[in-house]
Design a protein around this ligand. Structure first.
Ligand code: BES
Ligand code: ZN
Ligand code: ZN
Length: 468
């Protein structure tokens, strides 16, 4: 569906369905109040009522808060897929245009790459009608860029693991670099050996696909700040020799969602043309089993030089990130360092599956992220470090252990493991985002549909837009 911003006065409404988002309060004064109420419509949040004789569709909202308008638009986008109209139209203004665009694009999203006969949608265009096109053009264009970048992230997450493995992910990153004028450097296993990235290489050793470290950069002429983003790109996580049970293995194609998020973010920032230099580092690896698989009891020497005792090969993301974080810090002196990872099931236990866990040392930075995520409509919450939990990842035989010796606080001990690989001078510049729950869903919620959600793209773009 194409989305066009046009002047209300010049709009020709033939074969068009007009959408009205309406509160219970407004309904009381509405022209069609009687008819709508007869149909049982009370303008409750996300309820719909069509008056097709008049080519009208009403959708209820509790009030006109952006979050409500957004989910209402998402519901409309789903409902109208089977409708027989040429176009839709809806009135927009400065306050609600972003919510309406995000609701429509994200709520109407479908991943059809593997359907041999995808359903055809008859509606070709969504017209956003307004008083003054010029006044809204910037908001319009920005909302489209961010929503499309979120869908781009979703598409990669949703792609099957035998189609999106480390080599194809690297190819896709190269393509994005070409399209968006980004610098691109990809390290293959030979280069990773040279870089002493033994942790990455160990995790990927039993895979038939070569592990890759991908580095994309967007470099505007006079950047206000430099940002490094690091993404966990486990294109499949079988658990390795500490094999996952069958039911937990399903959906583990999503273990690359951190990588997909950082690609989506650099896509958005480069299209928004922000004056911020952005580096995206991705550790693209597949965690498999086999005769040459790394194993519990192995001791790895990380790129940093610290030795890691492996006690569980399913805690592989932190091993990959240890090396990627170290590499990223050596390559780029950034003002902020953020990593995105589907790191722990424990994060879902702690916060529920809708909320991204935020960890790090800087209260200020956590506060700013919290503000950006509220504005963007993503849920985030802080999980606090403490010195007692840190003791739980001590090793008897190496410098650090890849799992905790106690069964509680697993999201935080994973964050503390990563902290070990953040250089002293970067402690207050770094945050870790655990998106294990928020990156993927099998039941629709908010503007999310089955599959990847694109978690991280909207709040990080909002944060980077807010940098002065
Ligand atoms: N990729 C998983 C974490 C995960 C679990 C993401 C469920 C999304 C949904 C990660 O590599 C993992 O397996 N973590 C283990 C850590 C444990 C072995 C310490 C976990 O969470 O069980
Ligand atoms: Zn794992
Ligand atoms: Zn994993």
């Amino acid at each position: 569906m194409k989305i066009k911003l046009i002047n209300k006065k010049t709009f020709n409404t033939e074969k068009n369905l007009t959408i009205k988002i309406i509160t219970p309060e407004r309904l009381e004064k509405a022209k069609f109040k009687k008819t709508l109420k007869k149909a049982g419509f009370n303008a409750e949040q996300d309820t719909l009522c069509g008056m097709h004789g008049k080519s009208l569709l009403f959708c209820g909202v509790e009030n006109y808060a952006n979050e409500n308008v957004k989910t209402s638009a998402a519901h409309i986008a789903k409902a109208v897929k089977s409708f027989d109209y040429k176009s839709l139209s809806i009135d927009v203004d400065k306050d609600n245009i972003q919510a309406i665009i995000e609701g429509f694009i994200l709520g109407g999203y479908e991943f059809n790459a593997y359907k041999s006969k995808p359903k055809k949608v008859k509606i070709k265009t969504l017209y956003l009608t307004c008083e003054n096109v010029q006044e809204l053009t910037k908001e319009f264009e920005e909302a489209i860029i961010v929503s499309e970048a979120t869908c781009y992230t979703r598409d990669i997450v949703n792609t099957a693991p035998d189609d999106m493995h480390p080599e194809t992910l690297a190819k896709l990153a190269k393509k994005l670099a070409n399209q968006n004028n980004l610098e691109c450097n990809i390290l293959n296993e030979k280069a990773l050996k040279k870089e002493r990235c033994e942790a990455i290489l160990a995790v990927g050793r039993a895979s038939r696909h070569e592990s890759k470290l991908i580095h994309l950069s967007y470099k505007p002429a006079n950047p206000k700040k430099i940002i490094s983003l690091v993404g966990k790109g486990l294109t499949y996580d079988s658990g390795g020799l500490s094999l996952k049970p069958a039911t937990s293995m399903v959906t583990m194609k999503m273990d690359k969602a951190g990588a997909c998020a950082v690609l989506g973010i650099i896509k958005a920032i480069s299209e928004l043309k922000l004056d911020i230099e952005v580096h995206a580092f991705v550790g693209a690896v597949e965690n498999m089993i086999g005769g040459d698989a790394y194993k519990p009891d192995d001791v790895l020497v990380s790129r940093k030089g610290d030795t890691i005792e492996v006690r569980n090969t399913d805690a592989e993301g932190r091993l990959v990130l240890a090396d990627v974080l170290d590499y990223a810090q050596d390559r780029v002196k950034a003002d902020y360092l953020f990593d995105f990872a589907t790191l722990t099931g424990a994060c879902m236990v702690a916060l529920g599956q809708y909320t991204t866990g935020v960890m790090g040392h800087s209260n200020r930075l956590r506060h700013d992220i919290s503000k950006a995520s509220s504005k963007a409509g993503e849920l985030t919450a802080s999980l606090p470090f403490n010195k007692h939990l840190k003791k739980q990842i001590k090793s008897e035989i190496a410098d650090i252990c890849n799992i905790s010796n106690k069964p509680y606080g697993g999201a935080i001990t994973a964050g503390l493991f990563l902290d070990n690989f953040v250089k002293e001078e970067n402690k207050n510049k770094w945050l870790h985002f655990d998106i294990a729950g928020s990156a993927y869903t099998e039941t629709p919620w908010d503007v999310n549909v089955y599959g990847g959600t694109g978690a991280g793209v909207r709040f990080m773009t909002q944060f980077l837009k807010s940098i002065k």
